[in-house]
Design a protein around this ligand. Sequence first.
Ligand SMILES: Cc1cc2nc3c(=O)[nH]c(=O)nc-3n(C[C@H](O)[C@H](O)[C@H](O)COP(=O)(O)O)c2cc1C
Length: 404
Amino acid sequence: MTGPLRGPGPPPAAPEFATLALDRRRFLVLLGGAAAWTTLSPTLGWAQRLDRVPLQSWTLPESTPASAIEQTRALIAAAILAPSHWNAQPWRFELDGDVLRVVLDAARTLPASDPDQRLAHVSLGAALENLLVAARAWGLQPVAQHLPWGLSERRGAPLVAATVRWHAGGARRDRVLFGALAERRSNPREFEGRAIQPQSRAQMLAQVFEGVGIRWIDDRTAIRRVADLCHEASLATSADRRIAEERARWMRGDDGDARRRGDGVALERLGVDGVARWLAGRSQRPGAWLHGWAASSVAREVRERVRSSGALLLITTRPREGDARWLLAGQSYERLALKAATLGIAQQPLTGPIESARHREALLARFGATADEEPVLLVRLGHAKPVDPTPRRALALVSTYRNS
Ligand SMILES: Cc1cc2nc3c(=O)[nH]c(=O)nc-3n(C[C@H](O)[C@H](O)[C@H](O)COP(=O)(O)O)c2cc1C
């Protein structure tokens, strides 16, 4: 989309400004984004000096790969296309004999905003489900086993979240969802506000596994109340210095910067573009007022986007069920997101009120959920123009193979 991040230098040519339709809110967001970026740019500057990492292609083989090793590589390639919290891609895949282990990469988790690794496990679950969908579509019969921490955590050993085995032969299943693996996106745009048709809702909810809770709202007043909560939670998390610093490590100046690193979320995906990046190039030392103002303009933007949704969905598990259930929640979310893609429905996960411990209870209450539910993921659904794919670190960087 755009080239590398601009450093200080001449301002962009006038047409770039002329093409921007800037109403007051959009202008505030852009300027707020600039403030955020200038605040963070000293932390991010080093990223520009890194070499490019190899990227994973968004193309998958249509038919079953011939050899066992090609099958493994293709399955991992499908897993890698999964969504993840801040596009951190907290996964590794280890083939040991005929067992493929899905491993949590602790260096790619976000301890300040996700202290219990709930969102990292949702991301791993999404990757696991992509792998299983591809295996079924290729006529491989996969068997997955979830490994709760108690079983998998050994001192100094990597955290194995799940293992997968498969054997060839049998019916091909999940072909429709397979077709959506490379098309699914988290769509950060403002949605059109149109309602989701009941039959689409039914098809999406049918993807959710037993044991995972789903709450749905599409009443405008109820949506606005959740939007207000997201606004509050966004302000609360931005004011938390540890969370703000951690986010800075996963923010990328633009899509080009994200592609160079192979991960993270570009500012333009957060609603920050054009003018903001121009301002970012010229002010390296923002005053504190700018930082606070940036946080409030981002929070307002979050509220507007949530308000524009056709429906909101809350995925829950039971309290203290832990990581195996979060994995299943991630698998359910991914199937639902794939189904949404096949139906032309845009969706975006949101975690502000889940990252903010003091907003979780209010979130449950606004969805009419009970105290024996724990929120895992908030998802907004609606209709919007599609967005481009985001980068993924290549297979070679996240997989190891051993014949033992
Ligand atoms: C567990 C989880 C939490 C996420 N939380 C947010 C969020 O709070 N806000 C947001 O804009 N996107 C969120 N996302 C979407 C990711 O940013 C997105 O998956 C990632 O950037 C890759 O882009 P893609 O989903 O379009 O492939 C989340 C995704 C997952 C799996």
